[in-house]
Design a protein around this ligand. Structure first.
Ligand code: NI
Length: 253
């Protein structure tokens, strides 16, 4: 299995990445897509991927980090795109949950669109972070098509909208939220989207699945998410494993 979205580059895990990877591999998770949020974590993602064959890197500026980004950060991110271990730009997108200020939202949109342009310039897929802004992200993706598509990470929108993203060449990232007791949308989405249109993710160290809610998340919990998806879709765990691995490879490798 592949954890299609984790932050081993986070301060919590970066110095213990070897132990982290060993622990997850013991649980059956072989590969890790390490996602950047800013320049520092993007550089770390590349470093990890160069050190370990089981890691791939995504580099980019997260909407919440757009405000703090230095003037040349995007140029420096662009320099990383020619590294072979870099398989996507991300995570990029819009976060209107945390950002209420219209000027700052404007800045998020600017960073989002510039990074879509970069993805198309280097023919890379994207990893999208979206919170409370699904309508607008969909509009932007319709007007700025990403040639290679990508993933809607930690998808929290409706099942109808998921179909719209899939039409645009995206797959749906399903993580811990589909195990939460009161999470209606993530469960509906996991149950109803077509085969071969989703990938497994943890977003570690965030969003640990039940029964680890509130603890730091870890890629070793991927089997809990796999089992829940199999349960919601009436598929075997082997089918979910095989399909999600193939889908990840189709989009990113
Ligand atoms: Ni993330």
């Amino acid at each position: 299995m592949i954890d299609s979205h984790c932050h081993i580059n986070d301060d919590l895990y970066f110095d213990k990445s070897k132990e982290y990877i060993e622990e997850a591999q013991k649980a059956g998770v072989q590969s890790f897509f390490v996602i950047g949020c800013d320049l520092k974590t993007s550089l770390r993602a590349v470093e990890l991927a160069k050190k370990c064959d089981c890691c791939y890197a995504a580099v980019g500026i997260h909407p919440e980090d757009a405000l703090k980004a230095g003037k040349n950060d995007l140029e420096l991110i662009e320099k990383l795109l020619s590294e072979k271990v870099v398989k996507a730009i991300g995570e990029i997108g819009l976060d209107y949950y945390w950002e209420k200020d219209e000027k700052m939202r404007d800045l998020q949109r600017k960073y989002f669109i510039s990074q879509i342009d970069l993805a198309n310039k280097y023919l890379l897929p994207v990893v999208i972070h979206c919170r409370d802004a699904y309508g607008e992200v969909l509009e932007i993706l319709k007007n700025h098509k990403v040639i290679r598509g990508g993933v809607m990470h930690c998808y929290g929108g409706s099942k109808e909208m998921a179909v719209e993203f899939i039409k645009l060449g995206f797959v749906i990232g399903i993580g811990g939220t589909c195990t939460f007791k009161n999470a209606v949308h993530p469960k509906e989405v996991a149950a109803s989207i077509p085969n071969n249109s989703f990938v497994l993710e943890t977003d570690a160290p965030y969003l640990a699945p039940t029964p680890h809610r509130g603890e730091p998340n870890h890629s070793k919990y991927i089997p809990l998410i796999r089992d829940q998806i199999a349960n919601l879709r009436n598929q075997t765990v082997e089918e979910v494993e095989k399909e999600t691995d193939e889908t990840f490879k189709r989009i990113f490798l």
